[in-house]
Design a protein around this ligand. Structure first.
Ligand SMILES: NC(=O)c1ccc[n+]([C@@H]2O[C@H](COP(=O)([O-])OP(=O)(O)OC[C@H]3O[C@@H](n4cnc5c(N)ncnc54)[C@H](O)[C@@H]3O)[C@@H](O)[C@H]2O)c1
Ligand SMILES: O=C(O)C(=O)C[C@@H](O)[C@H](O)[C@H](O)COP(=O)(O)O
Ligand SMILES: [Zn+2]
Length: 371
């Protein structure tokens, strides 16, 4: 089974190929994008490397490519200035040239970091995304946002750099830990919550099938997510308007991640779970969305085992002002004012500019944050 979703970006257009058995046939798919000397550097992490990199290398080599593998430590800490310096040095040590290819083979951390390295290495080389986590298959491998974190916030240093191709092999999800699968589900349900009520209702009924990795359910969940992202990115590549909808739950979520210090205690998908629940509750508290929609949305996020409250993330309360200070670093902020993605109902998100910090602070106190 193979499904191809095109990302219509003119001279930077590319395909997202979704299916099974793709790693073993990666060589065929990647070959047309390699230059004459067919050289690629595969960037992965130790977990993905252990399970899958051998098969990928064999497939690329069978197609005539010469392959070097760079294995990085797993975890969000790798998506940092230190991680970027280390990866850049490894690429230089390989003498990778401008015409060579970087292959990002891993979850969102590897995709964001290797993609950013590709954007700046020798002023820019091509890269291909082979996402191996559910989160990376439905979200981070598509759309060209690449970045690293800094202690001051999430994804604050980065670039838009589109991949030449995305290959999402559903088979590799077999080795993904259950916690990581739930993190990916947070970004899947995000698409239903922000713009497709029917998809949301299907997810409500099929959450367990997706989390049990039923192939047909994964095909639908990944396919619809990628289709929605591709359509939005093609219309608004650099987030001048509608693309901000993909940030539902992220202004809240990124602030929590920054307060937690980007470790293993709270994963991005979990932060997005809490953030989307807060976006719904805040919208309801402001009279923008029916209260029963907020209850239903939160229940659907919880059904995947994701956290939906600050108290589930940390027993010591977060400071309301500290969270709001992090929100000030959000890339959607304009003229010093906060921008949020809020909701009118399930399936209809909108961009709210110049959000007043006073009701936001009051809301965070009702959420258990400290004053
Ligand atoms: N660029 C974007 O548009 C975008 C979108 C969403 C998220 N992100 C970023 O993505 C990151 C989160 O991505 P993630 O959730 O994939 O995290 P991750 O890359 O840390 O992967 C999660 C964990 O699963 C392991 N793993 C991945 N695939 C595996 C497999 N097939 N088998 C076994 N283990 C596997 C990894 O080693 C890691 O330990 C965050 O930094 C987030 O900011 C970016
Ligand atoms: O692709 C987008 O646009 C998104 O916002 C997708 C998000 O899920 C993702 O976490 C993204 O990295 C957040 O971007 P940022 O601009 O808020 O850092
Ligand atoms: Zn995200």
């Amino acid at each position: 089974m193979i499904r191809t979703v095109p990302v219509g970006l003119g001279d930077r257009a590319y395909d997202v190929v979704i299916g099974t058995g793709l790693i073993d046939r990666a060589g065929e798919h990647v070959l047309p994008f390699l230059s004459k000397r067919k050289r690629c550097a595969v960037v992965t992490d130790a977990n993905v490397g252990e399970h899958h990199v051998e098969r990928l290398s064999v497939s690329l080599e069978k197609a005539g490519a010469s392959v070097d593998v760079i294995v990085l430590p797993p975890g969000e800490e790798t998506k940092s200035f230190e991680g970027l310096a280390h990866l850049s040095d490894q690429l230089l040590a390989l003498n990778l040239e401008r015409g060579d290819m970087i292959v990002a083979f891993g979850g969102g951390v590897i995709g964001d970091l290797a993609g950013f390295a590709a954007a700046i290495y020798k002023r820019g080389v091509d890269f291909i995304q082979i996402p191996t986590s559910l989160l990376a298959q439905v979200d981070s491998s598509v759309g060209g946002k690449t970045a690293i974190d800094t202690p001051r916030g999430k994804n604050l240093i980065g670039a838009f750099h589109q991949p030449r191709l995305v290959l999402a092999d559903l088979d590799v999800l077999a080795t993904l830990p259950a916690r990581e699968l739930a993190c990916g589900y947070a970004e899947v349900i995000k698409y239903g919550l922000l713009g497709d009520f029917d998809f949301f209702e299907w997810l409500e009924k099929n959450v367990h099938a997706v989390l049990e990795r039923d192939t047909e359910s994964l095909v639908r969940a990944v396919g619809r997510s990628v289709e929605m992202k591709a359509e939005i990115v093609a219309e608004d590549e650099k987030e001048a308007g509608r693309r901000a909808l993909l940030n539902l739950g992220h202004t809240f979520g990124h602030a929590i991640e920054a307060e937690m210090g980007f470790g293993d205690a709270l994963k991005h998908g979990e932060a997005v779970g809490v953030g989307m629940a807060q976006a719904f509750r805040f919208s309801a508290a402001q009279g923008l969305c029916p209260a029963q929609d907020a209850v239903r949305a939160v229940a659907a996020i919880k059904a995947a085992g994701l956290p939906t409250t600050l108290a589930e993330v940390r027993s010591q309360p977060f400071g309301a002002d500290a969270l709001i200070a992090h929100m000030g670093q959000d890339k959607k902020a304009e003229g010093g004012a906060l921008t949020f993605v809020l909701v009118r109902r399930i399936g209809e998100a909108f961009v709210a500019k110049a959000v007043d910090p006073a009701p936001l602070r009051a809301f965070l106190l009702t959420e258990g944050a400290a004053g």
